[in-house]
Design a protein. Structure first.
Length: 516
């Protein structure tokens, strides 16, 4: 990727992966990506150019294809059967029914699925340990269920979200595209899932093992590979998530004394897609990637668990030019889309994670604000000037312990596919299906459904191919040439955005997005 940098004071300079000095925060160098850039091969795609203005610096960026902005949104803890089976008998606009199109279970078939709203107060076990149990309806009956209060009588892993709660998600699928056979990349819960989202690995760490280290012991037992620390020594961080549910904290600043100058070192150190895109574009990083989270100490704030990204953020006293943003509800992100001179420009790569109340995670608070929040964000992007050059990918970070009738392929009698990329530091397996929606002006067709079996790390492949980045050498490698390519066709004109409707209207700031 090439970058023409035009300083505000005049003059020209050609920069390839060079930094433009805007401030002097401490920056801890990331491990250098080694592999060569992927060659984009989307149908009909062609290079494009864009001008980026920020902090007195003007840049002309050359993109390998027509997409210049990718937004990745990670919701929480659902399978396709749980999220969409309530629409099994409903006609699909592209023909057939939602059940056949999205490959979801008839809720009246055996085992019968009970209707449970998104905000229902119970939480099936979705630990890495728990992912080894469900291989049949009988096995699913053994999955433990946690409840904050008395469990509701319908509490069951055999659940589906009743209509009309998921209707905004169905509108997104009907107007754009969906991948029906996406396997969770790591067969474990949130800490590891969000690390996979930015790195295709978690360094073997998990959030369901005993402290002090969150290793993946069950994955190691079933997929015997030696677990070595990627830094060559022992881990100094502890991502213990606590014993009571709060989708809790990394707690890097206060609980553990750590070492001088670094109160609580984060958990891991490896190259992420954020490092790669920052190197490809050059500074200011805030214009090249953003990670928007509701807090900086949640395990959903994936960059804060990576040592060099955490240290970079920690040493900027203002945080004003840091690409990691604490932005509950993503309100500032949405406002910036329509601003003439935004404090944070719309980056090439953006991660958005909701606060717990808007995440679809069961047991959190009894609300069902996920569809309304997602509609608010997606419509803001789609109705902005950036739509013709933007792709939004929406997925759910893990299976949540809910039943899904599709049994992932594998050679073992008690677990799905072992990790195919052979990283000895990260002995995870692919897990159960998670939903994946693609919203873009260049989807193959409105209502297109891809049935190709793939890991969730295909999202990383897509980002790499879209921006000409190298492979991370982790689970993004295991998909071969798959980069969600069959969901896109650039040979047709850009589809106009169709606003998402249905469900309740989200009122920004109306609920508390605290970490508790």
């Amino acid at each position: 990727m090439r970058c023409l940098v035009v300083p505000a004071t005049g003059g020209l300079a050609i920069s390839i992966g060079a930094a433009v000095a805007l401030a002097t925060p401490v920056r801890i160098a990331a491990p250098a990506p080694a592999p060569a850039p992927r060659a984009p091969h989307f149908r009909g795609d062609r290079p494009s150019f864009a001008r980026r203005d920020f902090a007195g610096t003007h840049r002309i960026l050359a993109f390998p294809g027509q997409i210049q902005h990718v937004v990745l949104i990670y919701m929480e803890n659902r399978t396709p059967d749980d999220l969409f089976s309530g629409y099994f008998h409903v006609p699909f606009p592209g023909g057939g029914t939602y059940g056949s199109a999205l490959d979801v279970r008839d809720p009246d078939a055996l085992p019968t699925l009970a209707p449970n709203p998104l905000g229902q107060h119970f939480d099936p076990d979705h630990s890495n340990r728990g992912s080894f149990v469900p291989e049949s309806a009988g096995d699913y009956q053994k999955v433990p269920i946690g409840c904050r209060h008395a469990c509701p009588p319908t509490a069951s892993v055999f659940s589906y979200v009743p209509a009309p709660e998921p209707s905004p998600y169905l509108a997104m699928i009907s107007n754009f595209a969906y991948a029906s056979h996406v396997l969770q990349a790591n067969a474990g819960p949130s800490y590891a899932a969000h690390q996979y989202a930015i790195a295709g690995q978690s360094g073997g760490l998990d959030d369901d093992a005993p402290p002090p280290y969150r290793y993946a012991p069950y994955a190691q037992a079933e997929n015997p590979q030696p677990v070595a620390d990627v830094t060559g020594g022992s881990f100094t961080g502890d991502c213990f998530s606590g014993t009571t549910y709060s989708e809790a904290t990394l707690d890097m600043l206060s609980v553990y004394p750590g070492t001088a100058g670094n109160p609580h070192p984060p958990c891991a150190e490896y190259t992420t897609i954020l490092d790669e895109i920052g190197s490809a574009f050059g500074a200011p990083l805030v214009a090249d990637w953003q990670y928007v989270a509701y807090a900086n100490d949640t395990i959903w704030a994936a960059p804060m668990a990576i040592d060099h990204l955490y240290m970079q953020y920690r040493h900027d006293p203002t945080k004003s030019v840091e690409p990691f943003a604490v932005d509950p509800d993503a309100i500032d992100f949405v406002k910036a889309l329509g601003a003439r001179d935004p404090a944070r420009p719309f980056a090439a790569l953006t991660y958005l994670t909701p606060c717990p109340l808007e995440s679809d995670h069961p047991i959190v608070n009894g609300t069902s604000d996920g569809p309304a929040w997602l509609t608010y964000v997606v419509n803001a992007i789609g109705e902005s000037k950036y739509w013709p050059n933007t792709t939004i990918v929406v997925t759910w970070d893990d299976w949540g312990g809910f039943y899904d009738h599709y049994r992932p392929p594998g050679s073992w009698p008690h677990h799905p596919v072992p990790n195919p990329y052979g990283n000895a530091n990260d002995p995870y397996e692919w897990g159960f299906r998670v939903p994946l929606i693609v919203i873009s002006p260049y989807v193959t067709a409105r209502g297109y459904v891809s049935t190709r079996l793939r890991s969730q790390s295909a999202i990383l492949n897509y980002v790499e191919s879209t921006f000409g980045l190298g492979s991370l050498g982790a689970d993004d490698m295991s998909n071969g040439s798959d980069d969600l390519g069959d969901l896109f066709d650039f040979s047709h004109r850009a589809l106009p955005y169709v606003p998402i409707t249905g469900g309740s209207v989200f009122n920004p700031g109306s609920i508390s997005c605290s970490a508790s």
